[in-house]
Design a protein around this ligand. Sequence first.
Ligand code: ACO
Length: 477
Amino acid sequence: MNFGIIDIELYFPKVYVSQSELEDYDNVSKGKYTIGLLQTNMSFPLENEDTVTLALNAFERLVTRSNLDLNSVGRVEVGTESSVDKSKSIKTHLMKFFEKSGNNDVLGVDNINACYGATAALLNTINWFHSPFYDGGYAIVVSTDIAIYAKGPARPTGGCGAIAMLIGPDAPIVFEKGHGYLSSYFSHDWDFYKPKMSSSYPIVDGRLSIGCYLEAIDNCYETFKKKYYLSHQNTKKKNETGNGINETQMEKEKEKEKKKKEKSKSKNCKFDLNKADHVLFHSPFNKMVVKSWARLNYLEWYDNDLDIEGIQEELRKKPKSQTRTDRSVENIFRKVSNQTYKKKIEKSNYICAQCGNLYTGALYGALISLIIDQKEKITGKRILMFSYGSGIASSMFLLKVRKCPTKIIESCSKIPERLESRTKINPETYSEILKNRENDKFKQLPYNPEWQNKYMWQNSWYLKQIDEKCRRVYEKS
Ligand code: ACO
C-alpha cells in the first residue's frame, strides 16, 4: 500500500534573531555562532506563542491546503519535548479542529523523549497502518517545540517551529522495506534533561551531549548494517527456495556464472554510504551535521578496512569508542568527507540555519530543506535518516522517494519567501523576551500575554489567556 509521507507543512514564528548580531551581543569571538556552529538566524516565540499555537498553526495549514476531510483521519500523533502540561497532551488541543466533523475516533497522544518524539510518533503511525486496527484513511504526525536555553554557550543553539506531516497510502515518500531497514539505539545517560517543570530551560552538558549523539550514530549504523545484510540474505534465501530452482538452472555450465553473481550479490547485501543518495541527521546546530557525516565516514573506513591516502593504519588500533571526541580523528575525517558532504548533505542544513534547532522536528526540517533544493530531482532518491533524542533514544532508517512528491515540493517551495518576510528582532529584545518567560509575571493568573499584530503572521493561532484555573485559551489573529 506504500504508506508514507504524502504532504508536509512547516510553521515558524514571524520573528527571529540574527546569529551574527548575537555574537556581538554575547561578546564572543566573531564567527563563533555563524562559522563555528554554522547557524545564520534563530526563531523564537513571543509571549503569546507556545507549542500548542505552533502545532495548531502547522496542523491547520496542512489540513486546509490539502482540503482534507477530517472524517478520513484516524490517527494524530504529536512529538514534543516542550509540553505545556504534565498530563494533557498537545494532541487533545488539536481535537478542536475535529469538532465540526464529529469525528472523535482519532487515536494517538504525545510522544516525549527529547528530540526523538516525532520519530516515535512517525514509527507508531507507520506501525498502525500495518496493524489489525487500521480501518482506512489517513494519519497526521506533528512535531512542535521551543528550544530555549539559559544564558551561556547553549543559547545560540535554540530555535523553534512545528512540522505537520500527512501520512497515508500511495505516498511518494515511503519507508524502504520492513524491519530490516530500521535500527535503534536506546540507552541511559544524563546529557540533556528538563527536571524543573517551572522552567523551559534544559540542564545540558554540551560536551557530553555531543559524545552521546556520536555514540548513538556508531551503534545505530552498526546495527543498521547488520540488519540490512541479514534482510538481504533472507530475501536471497527466499528467492532460492521459494521460487524453486529448476533443473536447467542447476546445469553445470551455469554453475560458474552463478558463483560469480553470488559474489557480487554478497557485496550488494552489505550496506555502505554509497547506497544512500542523501544522509539526513537530527540537527541541533549544523556543525553537528558536519561532525556526524565525518563520523559515518570514519566508521566506514574502520569497519570496511578501507585504504584512504594520508590516513595512518596506526589509527585503526584505537578502539572506536575512544575516538568519538578525538579532535584529530574528527578533523581527518571532516577533510576526507568534505566533497561528499557538499554533494549529499549540505543542502539539508537550510531550515536549521534559518530557524535553529526544531528539536523533534529537526530531522524533518532537514528533509524539507533537501526538497527545497532538489525539487523534482528528489524523485527516485534513497535517503538515510538518523534521529537522535538525548537521554538516549535514537533510530536510523531508509526513506525512498518512489514517485515525484508534487504536493510536498509545492508546499516547500513557498518556505524561502516566508523566511525572507520575517521580522528581525534585536538581541536585546530577544533576551528580554526570554527573561520575561522566566519571571513571575508569566505565572500570575489570569495571565494575558502582551502581543503586537505586526509580530504575528496573519490568520495565525495565538495564546489569548491562561485563566485562573490554568486553562489556556487560544484565538486566531
Ligand atoms: N570563528 C569560527 N569558529 C569558531 C570561533 C570563531 N570565532 N569560535 C569558536 N569556533 C568554533 C569552534 O572551533 C567549534 O567548532 P568545532 O567543533 O568545529 O571545532 C564551534 O565553533 C563551537 O565552539 P565551542 O568552543 O566548541 O563551543 P562551546 O563549547 O562554547 O558550545 C556546544 C558548543 C557545547 C554545542 C553548546 O552550544 C551547547 O551546549 N549546545 C547545546 C547542546 C547540543 O545541542 N548538543 C547536541 C546534541 S543534543 C541535542 O540535540 C540538544
